[in-house]
Design a protein around this ligand. Sequence first.
Ligand code: MG
Length: 305
Amino acid sequence: MLQDFLIPSLLGQDVKDAADFQRRAESIRGHHLAKAGVEMAIWDWLGKREGKSLRQLLGGIREQVDVGVSVGLQASPEVLVKTVGEYLSQGYGRIKIKIKPGRDVGDAKAVRRAFPDIRLQVDANSAYTLDTAESLLPLDALNLLLIEQPLFEDDIWEHHYLQEKFRTPICLDESIITPRHARAALEMKSCKIINIKAGRVAGISQAVAIHDLCRERGIPVWCGGMLETGIGRASNLALASLPGFVLPADISASDRYYKKDITHERFTLNPDSTITVPDGPGLGVTVDDSSLREFSRAQLTLKNK
Ligand code: MG
């Protein structure tokens, strides 16, 4: 994907900064993850050139970011409660559980009953339609932070009908793939919270644009996760240090996903359910070459003619 579209059309061009990159890549449709990867490298280079961390370049205000953990569907509500208990004892202060039809209200109730005071939210990953989502109304009694992406990603308008019925804030994730989607969702009153993932929205600069728009309108945002390696995790922490990121991020400690990472640095959970934002130049992490070689499946060398 990257080699087929993005790089050949940009190779040999002088790219000044992230905004300049976005302008040049604008005519290439889609490929958000690839664009986000290239933009991330540009930020790293800019930071190293100026001796500033990504947090400083973006204007982040926090040295530690409040984080939570995302728990997948478990075999039963009992197993779910046990798993959640284990994460709480590791120090995570916010729990998100995945839901789907048949495994929603019962699961959320079981967790809420076992842990009455925790910060709890649910993520449906588009598992409902406007009709079936009505079954989620009892969630309103469980004091959840939010209900994430109940309907399909292109159902921005349909989420508006749902938000009208629910007291709990609806949060959009997969629906928001550009700042334009964010503006449309807010104007349609389709959600009260937005989950921002730089990979989903084609880069850090686009994530910042969505943050700024939401902040102007008093809409809270939080940083989602996409199983990032140490590189993406560092980038997410810098992004989540911006002032509008007021809800805990889905940025877990490295050991939540990887025994071995491709960065020398590993991220650990502080006792107050935060992770420290790297403060070295650029992304503030260094690549472990041997680990990168070990996990590489293909290699491509690009040369400027
Ligand atoms: Mg989600």
